[in-house]
Design a protein around this ligand. Structure first.
Ligand code: ZN
Length: 150
């Protein structure tokens, strides 16, 4: 099977059966994302254990790329720390916009590299990541005053 076909199958599968889709009770952080270019809407809810994303779920309506991307993202960041999740965002952003970026070590997220052939859809794929980033920032801002141990 061609790599492109494999990637397309991952996107189709995650669009048809989105993982971690639905409400999340007692979420610690949430954010909403909207991509006016395409009409994709997304609500992201997170449960945090200290610095770690213990659980993450999403709701909303969007195109196949935005839904598949959000599904892949929730799988990828669950169990990760804030810093790890944001670093992954950087890698995915590179994958979406930089033809030279390689995603071999990104697992299923590498399927998103197919999107860079369609620049108009990059925002569809990155919407969930921008929304995650703002949810993490909002939750960091609302926690008790930072105590530095350094
Ligand atoms: Zn879209």
């Amino acid at each position: 099977m061609e790599l492109n076909e494999l990637y397309r199958d991952v996107i189709l599968d995650h669009n048809r059966r989105p993982r971690n889709f639905g409400p999340l009770e007692a979420a610690d952080a949430s954010a909403e994302g909207f991509n006016p270019m395409c009409g994709d809407r997304l609500t992201l809810r997170l449960k945090l254990a200290g610095d770690r994303i213990e659980d993450i779920r999403f709701e909303g309506q969007g195109c196949a790329i935005s839904t598949a991307s959000a599904s892949l993202m929730t799988e990828a960041v669950k169990g990760k720390t804030r810093a790890e999740a944001l670093r992954l965002f950087g890698r995915v952003h590179g994958l979406l916009t930089d033809d030279a970026a390689l995603g071999e070590d990104l697992g299923k997220l590498a399927a998103l590299s197919g999107v860079r052939e369609f620049p108009a859809r990059v925002k569809c794929a990155s919407l969930c990541w921008h929304t995650l980033s703002s949810a993490l920032q909002l939750s960091a801002a609302s926690t008790s005053p930072a105590v530095s141990t350094e």
